[in-house]
Each structure stands twice: as structure tokens, then as C-alpha cells.
Design a protein around this ligand. Structure first.
Ligand SMILES: *[C@@H]1O[C@H](CO)[C@@H](O)[C@H](O)[C@H]1NC(C)=O
Ligand SMILES: *[C@@H]1O[C@H](CO)[C@@H](O)[C@H](O)[C@H]1NC(C)=O
Ligand SMILES: *[C@@H]1O[C@H](CO)[C@@H](O)[C@H](O)[C@H]1NC(C)=O
Ligand SMILES: *[C@@H]1O[C@H](CO)[C@@H](O)[C@H](O)[C@H]1NC(C)=O
Length: 695
């Protein structure tokens, strides 16, 4: 969709290069928020602060989430996961799930290291399995990531994969008589909606309730626009025309058929008929999913559609005290609990009222689009940036987990009446099923990524005394945005935009600024993108075959042993009450004796360096001494010329030695006396890879 850009809004670039305001102390912030793991973040993330301390703290916590969910699959590169540990409905062995990929790309687009989003998109669109477990807007999300870095070759290469996934939906979820997509709410990743509960006559609603939903139709609209745009870049004009026409048709049908003027909302119409539901009838209430069309800028900018937004902030409708409700208290089965986890009796996920970070993220991103591209809606005045900020702040505060002592731990869904998580299973912690970084950068700070050679900033942080975001790479340039209401924080009143070392635009008030920007090649990823054999983690194995981990201790849990070579690293101290979600192999309590962890590669393998990640807490300590041994013709031998510095607590220890061929390698170590040690991850490389190269 072409974005109109009134030239009056273009601020002129100052010819005089004003000196940049004193920046943030990035090393101190990295140390403060990431401790010994700071080196991973230091050059990979933009740094941010705001006068609201919770927003600042949660911003960094969400980079923690991002890092924890980067799974190193060796030759296949990195993918981004949704759950902190395996769940039965994921794709094996990768742990890939498609429903939250929109958030994974939205967050990843701001990571200065491009490899994570590039690898993840390559994985998805070269998959040999059908990646569509749930509905998805992956093509649109990959396009949105492209808007930040501007590298065309990456996305052009994905075009064939994108059209394949698009057409798969068209072949099995498209009603040609209505020219709309339909889906079962469960496969929309949202069980127990109004549609599915009512289709069961109020008896259940886990499955069923298939309908023409705003979600999948808006997703396919966004995907079609993205495919058309990418085809345009690739010079495939027939494909471009085809997908632009599909998008246009979907827009018309969604607006004509899914808009319910009584509710002033986009709502489902039934596809499936049961004794309690009939084909093409509307469901009987507003749901948060009705805002998804704005996530992809689908609706026209009309005063009528703008009315939908007033229901978002009405406390009797979608605005809960501690978070947005997925549907309204007036619904007959609002918050009725139907489903429980069998082994624990804990309440399971439902979408009949709970607050979901998933849809809260979608709604906030949609709302930021409204403030940027819907002047008629903005003029209607039904919702303002203040509302955006209060929902964002409410959402940020929900990261302080009321069921886990107030520590930072985002879970699945929340009770909007009390602000506490509902499910609380082992799989629930540190859940990557939403965005936050993107809402800060493209909403609060307001960087609006564009395909044109322009930097648009439309800040929504109207209630803040100050904020500063720096170290963003946009179209290959280093940029920063700073706001200081009275000049007391940074010594300069107002809003400024910096490109490189120059202040290029400013305003005394918080308002939209737009400056031309030259497109440059982005910096190389810190780790060369995938497929560089030398930098591949040779030890990883998420699946059943080689390499295999084993330990010197009899009776060890084989899943935990395998965790230490599964490509995932995190050091969360929360929750402390269970070892189940902890990651890696934990030794018995140290008594002075040595233990070992061995990797059997299954074949002769060249090794010369490695990464060790050890957890530490009040009850777990790192080894005081260790050595690395390889199997040789004459048995186990210490590696030659070892570089084996002291083990870093909750961070990365880089080791190296003289290159050697072996079929097995082991880490021999002594846990501290009176405490166990926990090996979170061991990665091994064929060449020298260490903190300087970043793996
Ligand atoms: C909106 O949906 C309800 C059913 O929930 C229906 O009674 C009403 O007629 C619909 N409004 C319009 C304008 O179709
Ligand atoms: C910050 O979060 C804490 C914990 O949720 C909450 O008690 C406090 O009110 C929040 N502060 C602001 C300014 O929202
Ligand atoms: C290591 O052990 C195996 C037996 O498991 C042996 O056959 C092999 O040759 C040994 N040496 C090397 C360098 O891999
Ligand atoms: C990387 O390896 C080299 C060679 O062993 C060593 O001198 C250097 O200190 C290592 N860097 C880190 C961060 O471990």
C-alpha cells in the first residue's frame, strides 16, 4: 500500500552538523541488565531508556526473551522458538511453531545482528514439511523486517516459498462462494472464542466454531501485499499484479462482509453449522481479534470504521483493569473455565475473556498504524496516543509476575481483573508469543519503517518526560531518537533525530518528523549468516541421532543431558521453585570428585574451539576447575595447548585448543563443594570461534 507523504512534513536536513547529545552508557546498561551475559547483547541491541522505569526494564527483559529463544540448529542456522522447552504440538525436532513468528520477526527486525531473522525466514521457506500448524502472517512479517534493513536479495529469494504457503491456504481454507478465508479458532491459535463456545451450545469450545474470521483474512491480505511488493522488487510483474488483485478483493470482502455495524466491529461469521450456529451468521459479540485488520492496514480510513476503537478503551467492554480482554464481560460465557491441564489440574489456555500478550501486541501495533496512517480516524478523536501509552504501560507491568514473586516472567494469558497469569505450567515461563521491543521502537519512539529512502518518526510517548533510543540500524545507518520535555535529562529540550553523528531533524514538541535517508549496506552480521562450515556448531542435536550427550553419573535424566547440546541458552533465575524448566544437565552436589559430560559425534570430527554456558544461583555453582579431553588411539587425552579461562557464571566461557580429529570429546570438571553445577550448553567448532567472532 503506497504511503502518502506530504512534503510539508519533510523536515530539512540541517547542513550544519550539530553535535550529538551525550549518548547512553551502553556498557553500563548491558552489565546492569544482562550481567555476565552482556557481551552477547552489547553490539546486538539498540539501547533505550525512558522516564518510566518499568518500560525501560521490560524493554531489556524482552531482549533476554529474544536471546533465550534463538535456537542454534548448526547447519540449518538459527530459528526462533515460542516455548522455552519442548511441547507436544511443536514441529520436531526443530521446535518450530508458526503462530508467533509475526512477533519473532517484529522483534528481530530491530536486532543489529541480521542473521537471526535471515536464518529463521530461510528455515521457514525452505522447509520440506507444511509449516502451517496455525494461521500466520509470516510473509507480511518478513516484509516488515525488510523495511528496517532494506536488503532486497534476502527476501526476493523467499518469493517462491511464500507463494507456496499462500496458495496452500487458498486450497484448503478458502470459500470461493464468499471469496473469504475460514478457520477453526483453535487453528487460529485461539481456542474457546465466542464462535467455538457458541457452536458447541456453550458446552465446550476447544475445537469447532470454524468461521470467516478477521484474523486469517487480514493475515492473507498482509501476506498478499508483501508478496506483491517482493514480486515488484524481483521484476515479476505478473505475480505482483496477481497478488495485488487478491489483496484488493480480500479488502473488499472483509469490509463488506465482516464489518458488523451494530457492533461497530469486524467479527466472525460462521462457516460451520451446528445445532447452535448457522453458516454465515455473525457471532454475538466483539472480540479483540477484530482489530487485526488494522495490523495490516486493511480497512479504509473512514469515520465509521474508526468507531471500532472506542470499544477498546471502554471499561465495560474490552478494557480490563489490568489488561485488554479478548472478549467482553457481557458475553454469556465470559471467563468460564472449561479446560484444565490433566496432570496438574491447572487452568488451561482460553480466549473467552483472558488478557493475552499475543493479541495485546497485535492491537498495539494496529493502533500505532492508526495514528500513523489514518488521519480520518485520528480526527474522529475516539482514541489518542495517551491510550496507546496506558495500554503499553499496563502490558509492561504485567511482565512483573504476580504468581512468581513479582519477578520478570511473561507467561501465556492473564486474568485482566487481577493482573496475574492464569496457566502457570512449566512451559508457560518466558513465553515468546508476543512483541514488546517492536511496540517501544515503532510505537512509543515511533520509527515507522518504510520501503522508501526516508526515515519517519511518529512518537506516541506523549506522557513521558524523556526517552532516548540509540544504536538502531535503519537502512544501513546508525540512528537515534531522543525526547526531553524540558531539557533537564539530556541538556537539550525537545525531540531530535540523529543519523550517524549528526542531528538531522528536531522539534520542540513531540510530533511526526520525516527526513530523507541514504540507503547503505547494513553491517555484516556478527556471525556470518548460516552455512559457514567453520562457524557451525558441531555439537548440536535437537533430535534422536548423533551427536549424543552422555555423563559420568549413573541414572541421569536423558532429556536433561541432551538439553546441554540442544542449541538453546538461557540463564533465567525465575522460577526458582522447579528444576523442570531449568535448562541443561545438573550434576550431583559437589564432593570434590570429578564428573564428565561427553559428546559422541558418531564420526571423526575436527574440533578446535568451544563455548561453555554454566548457570549459577544461590543453590547452583560453577565448576572451580575443568579440562577438555578428546578420544585418541591411545584413549582419552587432554587437548593440546588449551585456552581454558575460569568459568563465567551465567555467561559464556570461550575455550580453544590445537585442532584435532576425534569422534568423542568430553568436559571433565569438579562441581564446587556442597553445590551442584549446571551445564546449560556446550557448543563445539572446527575452527577458532570465540568472543571475538561471536557464535
Ligand atoms: C451483527 O451481529 C448480530 C449477531 O451477533 C446480528 O444480530 C446483527 O444483525 C448484526 N448486525 C448487522 C448490521 O448485520
Ligand atoms: C511498575 O511495576 C510495578 C510492578 O508491576 C507496579 O507495582 C508499579 O505500579 C509500576 N509502576 C508504574 C509507574 O507503572
Ligand atoms: C576413539 O574411539 C574409538 C572407539 O570408540 C576408536 O575406534 C577411535 O579410533 C578412537 N580415536 C579417534 C581419534 O577417534
Ligand atoms: C579467543 O581465542 C584466543 C586464542 O586462544 C585467545 O587469545 C583469546 O583470549 C580468546 N578470546 C576470548 C574472548 O576468549
Amino acid at each position: 500500500m503506497a504511503v502518502l507523504r506530504p512534503t510539508a512534513l519533510l523536515a530539512s536536513v540541517l547542513s550544519l552538523s550539530l553535535s550529538v547529545a551525550a549518548g547512553l552508557d551502553r556498557s553500563a546498561l548491558a552489565k546492569q541488565h544482562f550481567g555476565n551475559d552482556a557481551p552477547w547483547y552489547q553490539d546486538r541491541i539498540p539501547f533505550f531508556e525512558a522516564s518510566d522505569a518499568n518500560l525501560t526494564e521490560v524493554y531489556y527483559y524482552r531482549w533476554n526473551i529474544f536471546r533465550a529463544h534463538q535456537r542454534d540448529l548448526g547447519a540449518q542456522g538459527y530459528i526462533t522458538t515460542e516455548f522455552i522447552d519442548d511441547v507436544s504440538w511443536q514441529f520436531f525436532p526443530s521446535a518450530f511453531l508458526d503462530d508467533a513468528t509475526q512477533f519473532h520477526f517484529n522483534e528481530a527486525r530491530w536486532c543489529r545482528d541480521r542473521r537471526f531473522r535471515v536464518d529463521h525466514a530461510n528455515f521457514i521457506y525452505s522447509a520440506t514439511f507444511d509449516v502451517r500448524h496455525f494461521s500466520e502472517n509470516m510473509a507480511a512479517s518478513v516484509w516488515n523486517a525488510y523495511l528496517v534493513d532494506g536488503v532486497q536479495s534476502d527476501i526476493i529469494a523467499l518469493l517462491g516459498g511464500m507463494t507456496k504457503v499462500y496458495n496452500a491456504w487458498q486450497s484448503d481454507h478458502f470459500d470461493t462462494s464468499k471469496q473469504l478465508y475460514f478457520i477453526e479458532p483453535l487453528l487460529d491459535a485461539t481456542e474457546y472464542t465466542i464462535g467455538s463456545i457458541d457452536a458447541s451450545c456453550g458446552k465446550d469450545g476447544f475445537t469447532g466454531g470454524t468461521g470467516f474470521r478477521p484474523s486469517i483474512n487480514a493475515y492473507q491480505y498482509g501476506n498478499a501485499i508483501a508478496i506483491a511488493n517482493i514480486a515488484g522488487l524481483a521484476g515479476q510483474l505478473d505475480v505482483q499484479r496477481d497478488y495485488a488483485a487478491r489483496a484488493e478483493s480480500l479488502k473488499t470482502e472483509v469490509q463488506n462482509s465482516l464489518w458488523n455495524s451494530t457492533f461497530e466491529h469486524f467479527i466472525d461469521r460462521y462457516y460451520a453449522s451446528t445445532s447452535c450456529s448457522s453458516y454465515w451468521d455473525f457471532i454475538r459479540g466483539r472480540e479483540l481479534v477484530g482489530y487485526v485488520p488494522w495490523l495490516h492496514n486493511l480497512p479504509d480510513d473512514s469515520a465509521e470504521f474508526a468507531q471500532a476503537w472506542k470499544h477498546l478503551i471502554d471499561p465495560n467492554e474490552l478494557a480490563g483493569e489490568f489488561g485488554l480482554r479478548t472478549n467482553e464481560p457481557s458475553y454469556e460465557y465470559y471467563m468460564v473455565q472449561y479446560r484444565y491441564d490433566a496432570p496438574t489440574g491447572l487452568r488451561e489456555c482460553q480466549w473467552n475473556g483472558p488478557t493475552w500478550p499475543y493479541q495485546t501486541s497485535q492491537v498495539l501495533a494496529a493502533l500505532a498504524n492508526v495514528f500513523d496512517q489514518y488521519p480520518t480516524a485520528v480526527a474522529a478523536g475516539v482514541i489518542t496516543p495517551k491510550d496507546y501509552m496506558s495500554i503499553l504501560s499496563q502490558y509492561a507491568n504485567s511482565h512483573y509476575n504476580k504468581n512468581r514473586g513479582g519477578g520478570l516472567n511473561i507467561e501465556e494469558d492473564y486474568d485482566g481483573r487481577i493482573g496475574a497469569p492464569i496457566v502457570g505450567l512449566d512451559r508457560s515461563s518466558h513465553y515468546f508469543h508476543s512483541s514488546f521491543i517492536d511496540l517501544v521502537i515503532s510505537g512509543l519512539v515511533g520509527i515507522r519503517p518504510s520501503a522508501d529512502d526516508v526515515l519517519d518518526v511518529n512518537p506516541l510517548g506523549v506522557n513521558l518526560d524523556y526517552f532516548r533510543l540509540e544504536g538502531v540500524i535503519y537502512h544501513g545507518n546508525e540512528i537515534a531518537v531522543q525526547w526531553d520535555a524540558d531539557g533537564s535529562r539530556y541538556g537539550r529540550q525537545g525531540l531530535i533525530i540523529e543519523i550517524g553523528d549528526a542531528v538531522v531533524a528536531s522539534s520542540t514538541s513531540l510530533k511526526r518528523l520525516s527526513v530523507p535517508i541514504t540507503r547503505r549496506a547494513p553491517p555484516q552480521p556478527l556471525t556470518p549468516i548460516a552455512k559457514s562450515i567453520q562457524l557451525q556448531n558441531l555439537a548440536v542435536n535437537p533430535g534422536p541421532a548423533y551427536p549424543v550427550g552422555s555423563v559420568s553419573v549413573a541414572g541421569a535424566d536423558s532429556n536433561k543431558v541432551q538439553d546441554a547440546i540442544d542449541g538453546r541458552i538461557w540463564f533465567f533465575q525465575q522460577p526458582t521453585d522447579t528444576y523442570t524448566i531449568s535448562h541443561g544437565w545438573q550434576t550431583p552436589t559437589g564432593d570434590g570428585s570429578e564428573v564428565w559430560y561427553m559428546i559422541d559425534f558418531g564420526a571423526s570430527t575436527t574440533v578446535s574451539s568451544g563455548l561453555l554456558a554454566f548457570f549459577a544461583s544461590d543453590t547452583v555453582g560453577v565448576p572451580k576447575s575443568y579440562r577438555i579431553e578428546v578420544n585418541s588411539t591411545s584413549g582419552w587425552q587432554a587437548v593440546a595447548n588449551p585456552h581454558t579461562p575460569a568459568i563465567v557464571e551465567n555467561g559464556i566461557t570461550w575455550t580453544s585448543w590445537n585442532t584435532v580429529n576425534t569422534n568423542k570429546i568430553r568436559l571433565v570438571f569438579t562441581p564446587p563443594s556442597g553445590l551442584p553445577s549446571r551445564l546449560v550448553e556446550w557448543r563445539v567448532y572446527s575452527e577458532l570461534v570465540n568472543g571475538t567472532v561471536f557464535a
